[in-house]
Design a binder for this molecule. Structure first.
Ligand code: HEM
Length: 142
């Protein structure tokens, strides 16, 4: 390869993934915004169908929750979104969410991710980003 081609290749690779750009590979693995919207639609159906989570979500504004979750997961996965919803502690305060409820929600999410064919490694990365939030969501046992 002559020098010109080398610099062309280098330039192209810098343009496609500049060092300062956020890593959006996880966002892409989830199918970007349309993928997240479809995932959250299925997730909400699952949450309403699940005995352990249904009572929480039946009475919530499901459309808003789905939209906020799309923004949150988009932002968490390196996508071009900004989550502007409430902080996890305030949003879930007083709901009485316990470990069992939290685990049930994670299982429902896993099933939805499976259904959408999201790679297992990407599923695990997303779950690893969500898991620490349990501290703000689960209420201490009385
Ligand atoms: C990592 C786990 C979780 C995440 C990332 C999460 C995230 C969110 C987000 C982004 C919202 C919308 C906030 C807003 O409207 O500003 C929300 C609302 C809500 N979440 Fe969660 N959540 C989680 C776990 C749970 C669990 C385990 C339950 C109960 C089983 C739950 C029940 C609810 C309910 C009922 C609402 C609606 C509140 C309302 O009507 O205002 N969440 N959650």
């Amino acid at each position: 390869m002559n020098k010109f081609l080398v610099s062309l290749a280098l330039g192209a690779s810098l343009l496609s993934s500049p060092a300062w750009a956020a890593d959006d590979s996880l966002y892409k693995a989830f199918g970007e915004k349309p993928g997240l919207v479809a995932l959250m639609d299925d997730f909400m159906v699952g949450l309403i169908a699940n005995e352990r989570t249904k009572s929480f979500f039946e009475k919530s504004n499901q459309q808003r929750v789905k939209e906020q979750l799309v923004e949150q997961l988009c932002s968490l996965s390196g996508g071009p979104c900004q989550y502007k919803g409430g902080d996890m502690k305030t949003v879930h305060d007083g709901m009485g969410v316990n470990k069992t409820h939290f685990n049930a929600l994670v299982e429902v999410l896993q099933r939805s991710m499976d259904k959408r064919g999201i790679a297992f490694s990407a599923q695990n990365k997303m779950l690893a980003l969500l898991a620490p939030m349990n501290r703000d969501i689960i209420e201490p046992a009385q």
